[in-house]
Design a protein around this ligand. Structure first.
Ligand code: ACO
Length: 462
């Protein structure tokens, strides 16, 4: 029976084997990241010859550390890893992260198989080899060797690629997307995506789970973990093309497998497949900040007819419906529009739309029982003042009616320049995702709709 990952993510004692005084070495960076973490734990550098590193007492072997160890990070050349791993088993270490590369990703399968043999039968959990480690933003612990501090939030990210995982930290910060944990899984000799999905599905700090995968080792377990998870699971699966599949083999030593089978299986399990990392983030921001759409009827508000049509096309292409307005809603919106304009869906507030029109139309759609989600769009045309568009949405957020009373999602779209970017920042800070593209907005709404469908299915099964 595999042990759960509580002590892995919240260790009380950590050792770094291969810790070094040399600040250019990975073992130095890993030790330092843990040391400067805003997290209390015992920390032990292990080095063959040093007496002290970064002010911490150093040990020449794990066995000489006077306490039990919850987590060991290994950063020594691949050929020495088996010996260190054996020491970990002997000392009853609970969890290990093998940072070292030089295993199946370069065709060195025999060395990787040796590691598997060593841990066979032990309760110890092992991440890697060939990983960056993890950052647990929920508690402030950085158990990785890489730079970058994620904003604390509720999206858990799992990446089979270490470098991409690091990029995700910066991208998340740029998009004001908060992260609960981010972890690289590398060659997955033990801890696999399904273990992490299972853990994050129980994790109070996590609301949405996002994965970048190149291959799944235990297909059935992977699908079962998504199926059992009562949170949205977003999956970017690389290696769609034959050349891409070839590239996965030399990256993490993985066989990409049939793309069609992956797509069908992820969908059947209730996960959402994303085209790339940006799409994953677009959906994750929506799912983390907004309630799900409990149906596919979407209301679109815009001050530019063209943008309204683009949004309509993109929504329809993503399984969303743009219904005609009910009589009641028509009347409410008609009151605020110029005389010669009739309300429709998409609702064109026309180019000179200000705060009042945006606010009245958004409110009317929120109150309309036939509408499950709203997209509010703005084009920076000659008359339009961006703050009137963002101000109307922020008013709804402040009134808290969005989430608590109507339980409907709002997404924003904009087409414009730098002046918009600052204002859009306010929306993002308030948890309203804003996208500079009709397609990205529609995909994010599709994600909210898929989550609504998943919840309805779950309720039916209960
Ligand atoms: N016990 C204790 N200390 C040891 C042991 C041991 N058994 N063996 C070696 N050491 C010490 C060394 O003496 C050295 O300390 P020193 O600097 O005081 O001499 C330290 O451990 C490190 O060993 P080195 O031989 O200097 O190895 P180096 O740090 O150059 O490389 C590393 C080790 C980083 C693990 C390297 O082999 C490697 O795999 N690099 C790639 C890592 C990687 O990229 N992983 C994937 C991450 S995902 C991503 O892409 C971001």
């Amino acid at each position: 029976m595999k042990k759960n990952l509580k002590t892995f993510f919240q260790p009380k004692s950590i050792a770094v084997v291969g810790a070094s005084k040399d600040s250019r070495k990975i073992g130095h960076a890993a030790l330092k990241n843990i040391l400067i973490s805003d997290y209390e734990c015992k920390l032990y550098p292990i080095n063959l010859k040093e007496k002290e590193i970064l002010g911490l007492k150093c040990y020449n072997n794990l066995k000489n550390v006077p306490v039990n160890i919850d987590l060991v990070l290994i950063s020594v050349p691949a050929k020495f890893v088996p010996e260190v791993l054996r020491d970990c088993v002997k000392k009853n270490v609970k969890n290990v992260i093998i940072i070292s590369s030089g295993f199946s990703e370069i065709g060195n399968h025999s060395l990787e198989n040796e590691l598997k043999e060593i841990i066979k039968g032990s309760k110890m959990r092992v991440l890697g080899p060939n990983v960056m480690g993890y950052k647990n933003a929920s508690i402030g612990l950085d158990a990785s060797f890489v730079y970058g501090t994620p904003r604390k939030g509720n999206v858990a990210l799992i990446s089979q690629s270490g470098a991409l995982g690091i990029g995700m930290i910066y991208l998340a910060n740029n998009e004001l997307m908060g992260v609960s944990k981010i972890i690289g899984v590398g060659n997955k000799i033990d801890i696999d995506d399904d273990d992490l999905i299972n853990y994050f599905s129980e994790d109070d700090e996590t609301k949405v789970i996002g994965l970048y995968i190149e291959a799944v080792k235990e297909g059935r377990e992977f699908m079962n973990s998504i199926k059992a998870c009562d949170k949205p699971v977003l999956v970017v699966k690389a290696g769609r093309s034959s050349a891409g599949a070839r590239a996965t083999e030399s990256h993490t030593g993985s066989m990409a497998g049939s793309d069609k089978i992956y797509s069908a299986a992820i969908k059947q399990a209730g996960g959402i497949r994303c085209r790339d990392i940006v799409e994953l983030f677009d959906m994750a921001r929506a799912l983390a900040g907004q309630p799900p759409a409990m149906g596919n009827n979407i209301g679109i508000i815009t001050n530019g007819g063209g943008l309204g049509i683009l949004l309509t096309d993109a929504c329809e292409a993503n399984g969303l419906n743009i219904p005609k307005l009910s009589k009641k809603t028509y009347k409410k919106i008609d009151k605020v529009l110029p005389e010669l304009v009739n309300p429709n869906n998409p609702v064109d507030l026309v180019a000179d739309a200000g705060f009042y029109r945006y606010e009245a139309a958004t409110r009317a759609l929120l109150e309309d029982e036939n509408i499950d989600g709203i997209i509010v769009a703005s084009v920076h045309g000659g008359y339009a003042r961006p703050e009137e568009f963002t101000g109307a949405i922020l008013k709804m957020v402040r009134e808290r009616r969005l989430h608590e009373e109507f339980k409907k999602p709002i997404l924003a779209t904009w087409v414009g320049g730098r002046e918009y970017e600052d204002l859009v920042w306010d929306l993002k800070s308030a948890g309203v995702p804003a996208y500079p593209s009709s397609w990205r907005t529609a995909r994010a709404m599709h994600g909210l709709y898929m989550e609504g469908e998943r919840i309805k299915k779950e309720r039916k099964e209960d």
